[in-house]
Design a binder for this molecule. Structure first.
Ligand code: PEP
Ligand code: MN
Length: 342
């Protein structure tokens, strides 16, 4: 439930509404907004009888929100969230943020080489997986903690913050020690215990859309993190499973404007896992920018043909440099058109 106050409501009236909500055993959360003062009501299990609240002085209207997500919705939080990581801002009004690096961290040298290449091309955040959620148990599972150290060292060496995946609660201490952003992968989007745990932390979270998750399920997963207190969530569209087999997944680009409309959280796109094919990555990256993405995550490997994971979708360092230059130009063109309507 959302209680919208009159524009000229006094602090005492707002306080009285908060107290009335708390007397009902519910949580009242003031919602920052440019033009209106609103109070979100949380912790209710079902419909709340609003008759007493409606009558209180200063209350303009009471809106019942039946969605499984509230904290992530624009209804509750009209102002767009900008997530800041080591001085880099991700969200509305900011230039698109480029996250790039290999699928897996394979060695100290591979990671350092990749980091230098990402930095040289103008990337902003370095990626690399140390704990890999592979479809089969016989595939390379990642280097684990030594990999995290290589990632951190490489990031520090070139001056880029780092993002890496955490697959279970037991890995959180290590991942938090070495990473700036915690990635929750598609396969764990509905690992609710993990979501709750990262919700208790300060680290920003990159939450990838599950491969068969609806938008509502995606936002409800993010809600778990916000509900525990961590509001620094970046959403990531990485393609969904459809009947189409020509591409690894189907990039659902319409979620970018949809999410910008439904939620205040930033949304980025991963065209690498969405397509599975190197030649498609730059094309879909451009399309994502046109659709209004706040950033991109792409896989780039110093030598994709030797990659232990996802070589076929990894850009070469040259491809990545070209993509960065292209996106720079496209960004200037888009700036003339103004911000996409969300
Ligand atoms: C990844 O980013 O390396 C990854 C495994 O992605 P996803 O969870 O989207 O499959
Ligand atoms: Mn990968």
């Amino acid at each position: 439930m959302l209680i919208v106050m009159h524009q000229n409501a006094t602090d005492e009236q707002i306080q009285a509404v908060r107290s009335a909500v708390e007397v009902m055993g519910l949580r009242a959360e003031p919602i920052p907004g440019g033009e209106r003062t609103a109070i979100g009501v949380l912790d209710n299990q079902g419909y709340v009888d609003d008759s007493t609240i409606r009558e209180l002085p200063g209350v303009r209207e009471v809106i019942h929100v039946s969605k499984p997500y509230k904290l992530v919705s624009r209804d509750f939080h009209p102002v767009s969230t900008v997530v800041e990581v080591a001085g880099i801002k991700i969200g509305d009004g900011q230039p698109p943020v480029m996250m790039a690096g290999p699928c897996s961290i394979e060695s100290e040298e591979q990671m350092l080489t990749a980091a230098r290449q990402v930095k040289a091309a103008g990337g902003h955040i370095l990626r690399g997986g140390a704990f890999k959620p592979r479809t089969g148990p016989h595939s390379f599972q990642g280097l684990g903690v030594p990999g995290l150290k290589y990632l951190r060292q490489a990031g520090d060496e070139v001056g880029l913050p780092v993002v890496t995946e955490v697959m279970r609660i037991g890995q959180l201490d290590d991942v938090c020690r070495y990473a700036d952003i915690l990635q929750i992968g598609a396969r764990n989007m509905q690992n609710f215990d993990l979501l709750k745990e990262v919700g208790k932390l300060d680290h920003p979270v990159l939450l990838k859309r599950g491969m068969s998750a609806t938008l509502e399920e995606f936002l409800a997963a993010a809600e778990y993190i916000l509900a525990e207190g961590n509001g620094r969530v970046i959403l990531c569209e990485r393609g969904i499973r459809t009947f189409e087999k020509a591409t690894r997944n189907t990039l659902d680009l319409s979620v970018v404007p949809m999410i910008r409309n439904m939620s205040h959280l930033p949304i980025i796109v991963d065209p690498s896992h969405a397509t599975g094919k190197r030649f498609l990555v730059p094309i879909m990256a451009r399309a994502a920018l046109v659709a209004g993405t706040h950033g991109l995550m792409v896989e780039m490997h110093p030598e994709p043909e030797k990659a232990l994971c996802d070589g076929a979708q990894s850009l070469t360092p040259d491809d990545f440099s070209r993509l960065m230059a292209d996106l720079q130009q496209l960004g200037s063109c888009l700036a003339h058109l103004g911000a996409p309507q969300g």
